[in-house]
Ligand binder design. Structure first.
Ligand code: NIG
Ligand code: FE
Length: 418
């Protein structure tokens, strides 16, 4: 008889995220239609979930002296949060620019003056590998306390060969030194570094393609680029992603953050796993992406970014959902446009400013976020066979999750059943 090693029982609600299609991310009505079990349990053996159901179906024959029983009376139990878009590894901070922004300077003005991303590049190049690792571990500990159990981490503050490779190495090392699983993405094409200012964006991406990407095979699953005024234009972004795709990398893009340049549609056409930001993506373009990709490309929306950049425009999430585009939610944690690790706050702002329902917001930060980093086979829902990444929350219903604005509802975090 199979003996359970962990049983989380008597939950007021188990948010399974199960019940939708399994061959694509949740879209349209499916985003809010997954199964909630009232008075339920989750059972695990080792690092895997083996059973999920209502309490009256819990088979006591599977309980032994070694079974750890966790009482979740009055609590919501749900899958660990999946943070599918962060810039985890960087040196310094930009509190000084926060003050400039409060006085009225814009994000792109600060970048054009040599600050913004470029000031973090200077601080990151100056930091030692040990310092960068210590910072990353500190931030990962914070994410874990918020219930994040899998996290994507982009490079992008080195913009030279050695520093970019160091940032990917640090992300991987950080993933091995604590329990949150880290998925590295290469964002060497974040902005054009000072060394390539005269030569221009195309020369810089040619340098990356020639000198850096071949060393990243097996180290980073995804390649990302910032397609925006002051960063990379559409044609260079297309060229770069096409080449990266030929080299076997999955594709991501930062696009339609501050202007509509057509980056999301371009990347989706190339088979991008996700298109991120999308504040200026139109509902009509969202519908085209959904159709052209058969609902495979996920739009990662980052509601704390327009909030922090004092921008009026938020991605029209409601229209994206109604037009069939799969959406995920993330913080975009980074020192410039979102120095917050509070993904719960992002869910609340998604409800308040993007038109999400609480159930849709939860799905966007779990199962669809897992799809956005191609980790859906083993995380994002509470289903037999998936990794035992499970949260017990100090709230009694799914509606309370985005309601307690700014709070951390997490009581217990299990990662791989521990
Ligand atoms: O996703 N938009 C481009 N990159 C980051 C911000 C990086 C920074 O400001 O340091 C983002 O918002
Ligand atoms: Fe970002």
């Amino acid at each position: 008889m199979l003996l359970y090693t962990l049983v989380i029982q008597h939950a007021a609600q188990v948010l399974t995220l199960a019940g939708g299609p399994t061959n694509r991310p949740l879209a349209g009505a499916d985003l809010g239609n997954w199964t909630i079990i009232e008075r339920g349990y989750v059972a695990c053996v080792g690092d895997k979930i083996v059973a999920v159901g209502p309490m009256d179906g819990l088979d006591l024959a599977h309980l032994g002296p070694e079974t750890r029983l966790v009482d979740a009376t009055g609590c919501v139990v749900m899958p660990g949060l999946v943070e599918c878009h962060t810039h985890l590894v960087f040196g310094g901070n930009r509190a000084d620019e926060f003050e400039r922004k409060l006085r009225g300077e814009s994000y792109l003005d600060i970048l054009a003056s040599g600050g913004g991303i470029l000031s973090t590049v200077r601080a990151t190049r100056a930091a030692s590998e040990a310092e960068l690792l210590a910072n990353a571990l500190h931030h990962l500990d914070g994410f874990r306390r918020y219930g994040v159990t899998t996290l994507e981490a982009k490079s992008g503050y080195g913009l030279d060969r050695d520093t970019e490779l160091r940032l990917v190495r640090v992300a991987r090392a950080a993933g091995h030194q604590q329990p949150v699983r880290v998925v590295p993405t290469f964002l060497g094409a974040h902005v054009v570094p000072p060394e390539f200012k005269a030569a221009g964006p195309r020369a810089y991406v040619d340098f990356i393609l020639r000198e850096v990407l071949s060393d990243l095979k097996g180290e980073a699953a995804f390649v990302d680029i910032f397609c925006e005024q002051g960063a990379f234009p559409l044609d260079v972004s297309r060229y770069y992603l096409e080449q990266a795709h030929k080299m076997g990398f999955g594709l991501k893009i930062h696009a339609e953050q501050l202007h509509d340049l057509g980056g999301c549609e371009m990347a989706a056409e190339l088979g991008a796993t996700s298109v991120d930001h999308c504040d200026y993506l139109t509902p009509a373009a969202a519908a085209r992406i959904a159709r052209q990709t058969a609902g495979q490309t996920v739009a990662v929306l980052l509601p704390l970014v327009p909030l922090f950049l004092r921008q009026e425009k938020f991605a029209p999430g409601r229209e994206f959902i109604d037009n069939g585009l799969p959406v995920a939610l993330s913080t975009d944690f980074n020192p410039g446009s979102c120095p917050s690790k509070n993904l719960w706050l992002a869910l609340s702002v998604a409800c308040l400013k993007m038109g999400f329902t609480p159930k849709e917001a939860v799905a966007a930060a779990t199962l669809n976020a897992a799809w956005a980093i191609a980790r859906q086979p083993d995380c994002g829902s509470l289903e037999p066979g998936k990794r035992a990444d499970i949260l017990v929350l100090n709230v009694g219903s799914v509606a309370e999750i985005p309601y307690w604005l700014g709070e951390n509802p997490v009581r217990d975090v299990f990662i791989g059943g521990q």
